[in-house]
Design a protein around this ligand. Structure first.
Ligand code: 8YV
Length: 311
């Protein structure tokens, strides 16, 4: 058995890299649980790719475990406190995915406001050729954007939207140094001050339903909510109620509660753009994420400093 266990569904490129390190690969946590006790006992490093909870129980099944290298910047699936208590290090893959995630946030906003999905269907269906005109939509440049969570990704989104001549507002735990972006200590105030609200919060219990019914209400009938963080950060029932009642202008969502199963109420809504959690999903970025994950494992096994530690 190997001292490295990779858990999750990896690309061919990543599988090749992991196998080169001598990793054993299983598809899921369930498959890990099914391994022989002696096999689990050899594992010192886990490469984890998944969104199912990896907690104290799973760690206890791997008594020699020293590191969990998460494939992704968001490590809310891993119980970092339990890992710390068990003397297990956790690493993630920050920075390398910022551009892609920020690109997708902007793309969903443009798609939603310029009704690009409907425009595409209008051309394909022959409606345009048949003389039907396409309804006018909404101007994006120059509007007011609010960023909920001004971390690395939030900043990259803000910079892109500033290039669209937008006034940038943000909310985060504390005021940050910015090029004149306006800070709102209260998330409801932020939503009330902007046309677009882009959610770039970290996931986990502290941010659950942070985008509350009140925040959604404050965004208003012309407002658009974009979420590229975690489904858990938004009160999805409140979001659906507001969209269905026309109390919110629209949404662009890459993440959902209970994904990949998406609440079927979303499908009936013309005002939403839905994406399959593909923010970091380019070949280039996924390859960089895989490399960073493996670099963390290699550093741990060699007793070197971890490149991107979480704890
Ligand atoms: C996923 C992500 O990790 O980095 C994150 O936090 O959400 C994504 O990049 C990716 O879908 C692989 O599971």
């Amino acid at each position: 058995m190997s001292e490295i266990l990779a858990i999750g569904s990896y690309t061919e490129t990543d599988l090749a890299g992991l196998r080169e390190m001598g990793a054993r690969v299983v598809a899921s946590l369930d498959e890990m649980r099914g391994l022989e006790e002696a096999e689990r006992g050899d594992v010192r490093a886990v490469a984890y790719k998944g969104h199912h909870p990896f907690g104290a129980e799973e760690m206890a099944l791997l008594p020699a475990l020293g590191v969990i290298a998460n494939y992704g910047v968001g490590h809310d699936a891993i119980d970092v406190e339990a890992a710390g208590a068990a003397g297990v290090r956790v690493t993630n893959t920050p920075e390398v995915l910022n551009d892609d995630v920020a690109d997708l946030a902007v793309a969903m906003l443009l798609m939603q406001q310029r009704r690009m999905l409907q425009g595409d269907a209008h051309v394909r269906s022959g409606a345009w050729a048949g003389g039907e005109s396409f309804p006018l939509n909404r101007k994006v440049s120059g509007r007011r954007a609010g960023i909920m969570g001004l971390g690395r990704i939030g900043r990259d989104i803000a910079e892109r939207l500033a290039a669209f001549k937008m006034e940038i507002h943000y909310h985060s735990r504390s005021e940050k140094e910015t090029p004149g972006w306006r800070y709102h200590a209260d998330p409801v105030d932020l939503a009330g001050a902007v046309d677009y609200l882009v959610v770039a919060l970290v996931g986990g219990p502290e941010t659950e339903n942070y985008v509350s019914r009140e925040v959604i209400g404050a965004l208003g009938t012309q407002g658009v909510l974009i979420n590229i963080s975690r489904g858990s950060t938004v009160d999805e029932a409140a979001l659906l109620d507001a969209l269905e009642a026309g109390r919110l202008g629209g949404a662009g969502l890459d993440v959902f509660e209970g994904e990949p199963k998406v609440n079927p109420r979303f499908r009936a809504l013309e005002t939403v753009v839905l994406q399959p959690h593909q923010g970091s999903g380019t070949r280039e970025t996924r390859a960089a994420m895989g490399r960073l994950q493996r670099d963390n494992i290699a550093a741990f096994l060699a007793g070197r400093a971890l490149p991107t530690p979480v704890n």
